[in-house]
Write a protein that binds this ligand. Structure first.
Ligand code: PLP
Length: 396
């Protein structure tokens, strides 16, 4: 191959371009009707009651932490194997980040490690948990819900990797009716998604929050736009229908942000959403082919059980000589990537006392992981080229 193959890439069609240019020619670049249309369509796709579109996934995490009441000293647990934004959102609000190790079988936050951490402190010490559907493998949110309820904690699911992902809780794996979609609002209090171009739906930048909680939903709408509301029912200085209230009147009720999505981004997201199922099918087909190719070799893969509908944002392999393979693939123009450097080892988090050795499973995983190209327009020839070169390296 003389072109380079990235690990992830957006797919923009002529229909996407038409959808965006129609908005550009229309009256609303932002704060128009495409936002609510995209929110409704996305909520329907995920199976949640409410959705709030925001500027990006990080803004979604920040607003969720605000809405959940994270403030100075609030203690929240998350995983080291994630993009740092999953932890940073706690810091934006002045909260304290606690990590717990991952399960080596899934690379997801290990519920037993979380339980142990909770047991080591008095009830009320922690406020919430942010599990991450890392790589697209859905966290068993039913088990986390049970644990969270035992300790009175909220759950914020970072579903950036898993739109369309699903799982059947292990208690009732016999009844497919109980299948849960990531972020469907039935288990986690809030879930967030990103529309960065490497994610399933590309909007340039963009994010979404889903929930079934009406109070959180209304609060998030206000926080997204400075903390300002003009809704007659929500005003504090006037009763609804008060003739003294001018049409211009609105209230800044708390300190929020401008974290809005634009209408042309919403139109792009909406257009992409119409293809999201076929794009997910293609991701899964690519994963099956990698699974087959590496079975019985020294390349370790995580193959989920049938009860798990993996969404494959990433396809991660684990090998002994990860740096050697990374460098070799670069010489073949295959831009494999590492997800992730454990967040607790980042210089910013080391200042809080986290250090190498704190989370052995996460660190062992990090030492061996490499994400291979995984995106819907990856061709069969390109994938075969990737497989051939990985196998050539590990067998040499
Ligand atoms: C991409 C990502 C984010 C942040 O989303 P942005 O839209 O890039 O701000 C947060 N968490 C995870 C796990 C992500 O992959």
């Amino acid at each position: 191959m003389n072109h380079s193959i990235p690990y992830g890439r957006q797919h923009i069609t002529d229909d996407d371009i038409i959808a965006v240019t129609e908005v550009l020619r229309g009256p609303f670049l932002t704060q128009g009707p495409h936002i609510a249309a995209f929110e409704t369509a996305f909520a329907n796709y995920i199976g949640a009651q409410y959705a709030v579109a925001v500027a990006n996934g990080t803004a979604a995490l920040h607003l969720c932490c605000m809405a959940l009441g994270v403030t100075q000293g609030t203690r929240v647990i998350t995983t080291p194997i994630t993009f740092s934004a999953s932890a940073n959102c706690i810091r934006y609000c002045g909260g304290e980040v606690f990590f717990a190790d991952v399960d080596p079988a899934t690379a997801l936050l290990d519920i037993n490690a979380v339980r142990l951490l909770l047991e080591q402190h008095p009830k009320g010490y922690f406020s919430g948990i942010i599990p991450v559907d890392f790589a697209g493998y859905p966290v068993d949110m039913a088990a986390f819900r049970q644990l969270a309820d035992e300790y009175g904690l909220w759950l914020l699911e970072d579903s950036c990797h898993s739109p369309g992902g699903s799982f059947i809780p292990s208690d009732d794996a016999q009844s497919p009716a109980s299948e849960h979609r990531c972020g469907d609002g039935s288990l986690a209090d809030l879930a967030i998604f990103s529309f960065h171009p490497v994610k399933h739906i590309a909007a340039g930048e963009g994010g979404m929050i889903t929930t079934n909680n009406e109070a959180l939903y209304k609060h998030l709408l206000r926080l997204r736009t400075h903390g300002i509301t003009g809704r007659p029912d929500d005003l504090t200085e006037f009763q609804p229908g008060d003739p003294e209230r001018g049409g211009w009147y609105m209230e800044l009720q708390e300190l929020g942000y401008n974290y809005r999505l634009t209408d042309f981004q919403a139109a792009l997201g909406m257009s992409q959403l119409s293809r999201v199922d076929s794009m997910l099918d293609r991701r899964r087909a690519i994963a099956r082919r990698y699974d087959e190719a590496f079975r019985g070799t020294s390349v370790t893969t995580i193959v989920p059980p049938a009860s798990v509908g993996h969404a494959y944002h990433l396809y991660v392999i684990q090998v002994d000589d990860r740096k050697g393979l990374y460098d070799f693939l670069r010489t073949c123009h295959i831009m494999a990537q590492v997800h992730y450097i454990p967040v607790h080892l980042m210089p910013y988090y080391r200042q809080f006392g986290w250090k190498p050795g704190d989370f052995p499973n996460s660190e062992r995983y990090y030492a061996r992981c490499l994400s291979l190209p995984m995106f819907p327009t990856l061709t069969d020839d390109e994938q075969q080229y990737v497989i051939d070169n990985v196998l050539a390296f590990v067998k040499s």
